[in-house]
Design a protein around this ligand. Structure first.
Ligand SMILES: Cc1cc2nc3c(=O)[nH]c(=O)nc-3n(C[C@H](O)[C@H](O)[C@H](O)COP(=O)(O)OP(=O)(O)OC[C@H]3O[C@@H](n4cnc5c(N)ncnc54)[C@H](O)[C@@H]3O)c2cc1C
Length: 304
């Protein structure tokens, strides 16, 4: 990015722009080199202006929610990281027979799940404990305990790379396992979720139960990006990695979690290449022993 572009990005974003920012600060794995620029979007207008400029100039941008599914490479990222964890965080409830909630993409899932349970709105408890944003959860079709966010989404609003704000109903959304097809450059602005009425105490009880199950089975107190690999059809990536004898295997500061083999944790000072080396080891060993090719679920971004 040349000096003129950096200057223009600063003029558009003001104090919300930072340059040469370590992505280890903004990812739950705590690894990753510098982003050329980071823009913390607080309003739709500001976001629109920035995206319009970047698209017009052909500058790459990457939207980041809570960075809980990202592996940023050690050599950093070209272009601008657009962060949505500080703005676009409103929550609006529609009461009645068929209640729904509409929330900004930047809302933390845990905030949303708590809010709904407290308000006697049930349907999102399965997301309790996933440390992402609503936008990230929709983009990833996040799921747990046999449910996915696609089961509750009724509509989303997106900002296209060309600057249009477009609503898309559930029928227009092509969700797949941990994926949603969106036009290139689209940013999810908000999502509406269809819920059911329940007693707050019952919804909270379910939410706590899901959280406890997670605590018992996953290393949630250590830096990670959740499940590293997708589950192959009819099996579990964690089962295969464990059966390959790789639990506890380390490269540098990264380790295949002894608690859950599909988690790679940063035990302190890990680099992205340590994590990539362990991923490569898991892929090679599982393929050799069981003939199954593991596909990453975490998204690797940045320079190779
Ligand atoms: C301890 C732990 C447990 C986890 N458990 C689960 C689990 O049970 N189930 C599960 O599915 N995941 C799980 N995850 C992974 C992760 O939390 C989810 O995928 C989450 O939904 C990602 O949200 P995020 O805001 O952090 O997205 P990010 O990591 O910031 O981004 C992920 C992807 O979504 C895109 N994106 C983010 N926001 C937007 C937006 N507004 N518009 C367009 N694209 C966007 C990004 O560009 C990127 O490609 C876990 C992670 C951790 C660390």
């Amino acid at each position: 990015m040349d000096d003129k572009t950096r200057k223009r990005i600063g003029e558009i974003g003001g104090e919300a722009v930072g340059y040469d920012v370590p992505m280890s600060r903004y990812t739950t794995l705590g690894v990753g080199g510098n982003a050329e620029a980071v823009f913390k979007a607080e309003t739709l207008e500001g976001l629109r202006e920035m995206v319009g400029f970047l698209t017009g100039e052909g500058i790459d941008y990457l939207v980041v929610g809570r960075g809980s599914n990202l592996l940023v490479g050690d050599y950093g990222l070209d272009g601008v990281v657009i962060m949505l964890n500080q703005g676009l965080t409103s929550i609006e409830v529609q009461a009645g027979e068929e209640p729904w909630v509409k929330a900004g993409a930047g809302v933390a899932l845990n905030t949303l799940v708590n809010f709904c349970a407290e308000s006697g709105l049930s349907g999102l408890e399965f997301l309790a404990g996933i440390p992402g944003s609503l936008g990230g959860a929709v983009a990833m079709n996040a799921g747990a305990w046999g449910k996915e966010i696609k089961d509750v989404i009724t509509e989303i609003t997106i900002l296209t790379g060309e600057g249009s704000v477009v609503s898309k109903g559930r029928g227009e959304l092509a969700f797949r396992y941990r994926e949603l097809d969106l036009p290139q450059g689209s940013i999810i602005l908000d999502g509406s979720l269809g819920l059911r009425r329940d007693r707050p105490a019952s919804a909270k009880k379910r939410m706590i139960s899901y959280r406890n199950d997670r605590k018992n089975s996953q290393p949630i107190d250590v830096k990670s990006a959740g499940s590293v690999f997708r589950n192959p059809e009819g099996d579990y990536a964690g089962r295969l990695i464990e059966a390959a004898g790789l639990k506890g295997r380390r490269v540098g500061g990264a380790m295949i979690s002894p608690k859950h083999a599909n988690f790679i944790v940063n035990t302190g000072g890990a680099s992205a290449s340590d994590i990539e080396a362990l991923m490569g080891l898991a892929v090679d060993t599982v393929r050799e022993l069981f003939g199954v090719t593991l596909i990453p679920e975490i998204r690797r971004v940045g320079r190779p």
